[in-house]
Structure formats: structure tokens, C-alpha cells
Design a protein around this ligand. Structure first.
Ligand code: ATP
Ligand code: MG
Length: 474
């Protein structure tokens, strides 16, 4: 390496890539509290934790989410780990293409044959890997792979971990973000199931002390009634197509329900005038929706009906819900969920009912911080700082640190000797509550000095009394 290149190398700074970030202490203490609360609350509702890989085949998401969704169409992080085995060239077994144009012509020809296209697409979906953009598809894959339909139904699972979507990063929107996800699979689709799942999320938020959350619910019909409504909506939207923005215009064709989601000011009046799905539900869906509302009321869960709430993913049906939280600006959805009874079959499994939700953990933490939940309240600052001087005192200090830590106290033991004044200053800076002073005098007399840093009060204590004494102070 030349000297110049070496210098340049030395100066090079590595940074977290766009849309990803480091989460640092003390904020991580809040993350741990949130996750611990999820483990506790979900366990009381009978949920077990599942840990899933973050890499799956592209096909799993293409099949479950639908190729027309933004997530699969634009936002996936793909890894060409295994080369697709399909090689397209003229004559198929003949010589490789002579020119780029020749190759392109051949690709076009092969792709225009439906059966070839399907087989190639399938091979690509199986050989290309993707960083997971969400967890539901993986949970369903695992349910099928481990024949969980043989377990007592329903199977209740939750998982916590990172998801990846190539979106435009902004406040509350990242390319690597974290979700707390829960799913109820199998058994019945009785309204009580939907209501209990929603009750569980609300209980979780309540336990965290998150205030000002708003639950919106809707019913988006099923295989029988939704397609008719979607056609009606498509027809009505087509009548005003010219007045809609380009995104909505495109969605009239690809996914008209998604137009209802639009936040574009100029479209609001037009959308408000569209037919409501509630007026077009089949009797079973209407009955189910009434049941869900009644079950929520029985549980004291407050909700707002929002006819425009649709989920962006193809697999949802009937109950859908979203929860918003304060302090987040326009990215204010902290949880989205719904029923997806057809998904398991779509993935090659047995007919299985399903409902679940995903909480955006980053946004949840942001909202907690914005509404005055200090991470410092849960911060692990050392309770006790050991100020030691002298070789004999050092051995005693190590023993004291070991015993105190075993008793559950957080202890800071300085690695090198320092004057008492400096040590006490350091203890103060770290936010310690107590300093244990160990010098030659203390070691010889067996009487240790415990200083309370807030008021400077000093007490003499025997080694054997220290743990009990500290326990009483907590
Ligand atoms: P949004 O409408 O905000 O894009 P979404 O409909 O894409 O949300 P879901 O796929 O339902 O979201 O995911 C559930 C939750 O995950 C969201 O309510 C949100 O809190 C969180 N979430 C989704 N995408 C991101 C992201 N890029 N960064 C941070 N959190 C996210
Ligand atoms: Mg999104």
C-alpha cells in the first residue's frame, strides 16, 4: 500500500449504513424494560416465544404478502446467496449468446411463455434470499414445518426482533427496525379470540404506562364479500381517477383498498364519498364484526371504528386494527394487526385460522421517551462505587465486589488505584448512590466506611453486615 493510500485508510471513518442505527445505553435499558414487560404480559395470556431466522427465501414473502405490495415490490433487501439454476441463452443447450441484444431477445422470448415464466419465477423465489420484512409469514412457515396443527389449538406464539425494509428513513421509520409480533394460529375464529388479542396489546401498553393510545378497528370482509366491494370501490374510484394523485391512480388497478389509506390532502374529500365496506359485508362477516365489538366491550377495551382502516398486505381479512400513540408526528402507528385465515393455505399448509399483530418497538420507545418516560429511571447506574487504596485493600475490594454482585447489587470497582478524593469524584460522576471506602485502616480494623454520596453521611459497618444494610436502603 502506498503511503498516501495508507493515510487515507487511516482516516476512513465507518458509519452505520443509511436507515440503520446504534441503540445505546441508557436507552437500551428502556428497550429491555419494554421487552421484559412483553415477555411477562404475553405469558399471562398463554403465549410462548418463538425465535425465527432473519433470512428466508424471497418466495415466502412473495407468496404471502403479494408481489403488488410496496414491501415486496420495492422494499426488500435481497441476497443472491445461491445462483438461480435457470440459465437463459439461445438454443437452451446451444452456444451462449453472442451479444447483449441476443441475450435480451432470448430472455424476452422465454418470459413470454407463461409456463416458462412461472417456472423461472419460482426458481428465483426459491434461490434468492431475503432479509425478513415482517414476521407473520415466518411464523406460519414454522407452524407448517413443525406440524404444529398436531398440538392443542390454538397455538399462541410471539417473537421479538429486527425487520428490514428499504424505505426512505425518517423519524420513526428505519431500514432496520424492531417488532414485537404475536400470532394466534389454529382453533376457532370466534370473536373472543380477536378481542383477547387486542386486549393483550392494550394491557401491554397500559403496563408500560404509555398514555394517549388510540385503538382503531374495522372489518374488511372475507373471500366472499370483499372482492365484490373491491370491484365497486374500483369502479367508483375510476370515476374520479383524474382528480387523484399518481399513487392512488396506480392503486386503482393494483390494490384499490390501499387508496383508502391515503393521507394526501387533495384526495380526502373524494375518498370520504366512497362506499363503506360495512354496508357491503356478507351476513357472516357482519355478524362476526358485531361479535368482536361486543367482546371488546365486555373486556372494557375502548375502540373507535374506522371504515378507512385497511391493511396494506394481501392476506388480511375480517378484523383489522391499528393503534396510534402520541409524540410521533406522522409516523404514529405503533401497532398494526388483523385476521388472516387464508394465509396458511397460501403457504401450502392445512386450512388454519390466524390472527396477529406487530408492534413497532422503535416507535413505542420514541413515544415513551416523548411522553416523559426517562430511560434514566431504569438505568443501571452503579449503586456502589468501591474506593480502595493499597494492595491489601485491593484484595478486600475484589472480595467485596464479588459478594455484593452475587447479592444482586451493581458495583463499580476501579481497575487502578486512585486517591480517595479522585475516586469519590468519579463515583459522583457515574451516579453511584454509595461509596465503599477501603483503606489500610478499614482492612485492619474490619470496620468499613460506607458513604452516602447525596448527603455525604458516613457510617462504619462490619463486612458481614454490609449486604443486609444495603438491602434495607433500597
Ligand atoms: P406504516 O403505515 O407506518 O408504514 P405499516 O403498515 O408498513 O406501517 P406494518 O407492516 O403493519 O406497518 O408493521 C407494524 C408496525 O411496525 C407499524 O405499525 C410500525 O409501528 C412498525 N413499522 C413498520 N415499518 C417501520 C419502519 N420502517 N420503521 C420503524 N417501524 C416500522
Ligand atoms: Mg409501511
Amino acid at each position: 500500500m502506498s503511503e498516501g493510500a495508507a493515510k487515507k485508510e487511516e482516516r476512513r471513518k465507518f458509519q452505520a449504513i443509511k436507515g440503520t442505527r446504534d441503540i445505546l445505553p441508557p436507552e437500551t435499558a428502556l428497550w429491555n424494560r419494554v421487552e421484559q414487560t412483553a415477555h411477562e404480559v404475553f405469558a399471562t395470556f398463554g403465549f410462548g416465544e418463538i425465535r425465527l431466522p432473519v433470512i428466508e427465501t424471497l418466495g415466502l414473502f412473495a407468496r404471502s404478502l403479494g408481489t403488488e405490495t410496496d414491501i415486496v415490490g420495492k422494499e426488500m433487501f435481497l441476497l443472491a446467496e445461491r445462483e438461480p439454476s435457470v440459465v437463459v441463452h439461445p438454443g437452451r443447450f446451444g452456444p451462449p449468446p453472442q451479444s447483449e441484444q441476443e441475450r435480451r431477445d432470448e430472455v424476452e422470448r422465454v418470459f413470454s411463455e407463461p409456463s416458462m415464466r412461472e417456472s423461472i419465477e419460482q426458481q428465483i423465489e426459491e434461490s434468492v434470499l431475503a432479509l425478513r420484512p415482517e414476521a407473520t409469514a415466518s411464523v406460519c412457515r414454522a407452524y407448517i414445518e413443525h406440524s404444529m396443527q398436531q398440538l392443542p389449538q390454538p397455538v399462541k406464539l410471539y417473537c421479538i426482533g429486527p425487520m428490514f425494509r428499504r424505505e426512505r428513513p425518517q423519524k420513526g421509520r428505519y431500514r432496520q427496525f424492531y417488532q414485537i409480533d404475536a400470532e394466534v394460529l389454529g382453533g376457532t375464529d370466534a370473536p373472543a379470540i380477536d378481542a383477547e388479542v387486542i386486549e393483550m396489546v392494550m394491557t401491554f401498553f397500559e403496563r408500560l404506562g404509555l398514555e394517549g393510545v388510540q385503538l382503531d378497528i374495522n372489518c374488511i370482509g372475507d373471500k366472499k364479500c370483499r372482492p365484490k366491494y373491491v370491484e365497486l370501490l374500483r369502479a367508483e374510484l375510476s370515476k374520479v381517477k383524474d382528480k387523484l394523485g399518481p399513487d392512488s391512480q396506480r392503486r386503482i388497478e393494483t390494490n384499490p383498498l390501499r387508496v383508502l389509506d391515503s393521507r394526501l390532502e387533495s384526495e380526502q374529500k373524494l375518498i370520504e364519498a366512497m362506499p363503506h365496506i360495512a354496508d357491503h359485508l356478507c351476513e357472516e362477516c357482519a355478524e362476526n364484526y358485531r361479535g368482536v365489538k361486543k367482546e371488546l366491550e365486555l373486556r372494557g377495551v375502548k375502540y373507535r371504528e374506522n371504515w378507512r382502516l385497511v391493511r396494506g398486505l394481501d392476506y388480511y381479512m375480517r378484523t383489522t386494527f391499528e393503534i396510534t400513540a402520541p409524540g410521533l408526528g406522522s409516523q404514529n402507528a405503533v401497532c398494526g394487526g388483523g385476521r388472516y385465515d387464508g394465509l396458511m393455505e397460501l403457504l401450502g399448509g392445512p386450512p388454519t385460522k390466524g390472527i396477529g399483530f406487530a408492534i413497532g418497538e422503535d416507535r413505542l420507545i420514541l413515544s415513551l421517551l416523548e411522553t416523559g418516560h426517562s430511560p434514566l429511571a431504569t438505568r443501571h447506574s452503579p449503586l456502589l462505587y468501591i474506593a480502595w487504596m493499597g494492595e491489601k485493600a485491593y484484595a478486600t475490594a475484589i472480595r467485596a465486589a464479588k459478594n455484593l454482585r452475587n447479592a444482586g447489587f451493581s458495583v463499580e470497582l476501579p481497575p487502578v488505584e486512585q486517591k480517595f478524593g479522585k475516586a469519590l469524584g468519579q463515583a459522583d460522576k457515574l451516579g453511584a448512590r454509595f461509596a465503599l471506602i477501603l483503606g489500610d485502616n478499614e482492612v485492619t480494623s474490619g470496620q468499613w466506611t460506607l458513604k452516602t454520596l447525596a448527603d455525604g453521611k458516613q457510617e462504619k459497618l462490619r463486612e458481614s453486615d454490609l449486604v443486609e444494610h444495603l438491602k434495607k436502603q433500597l
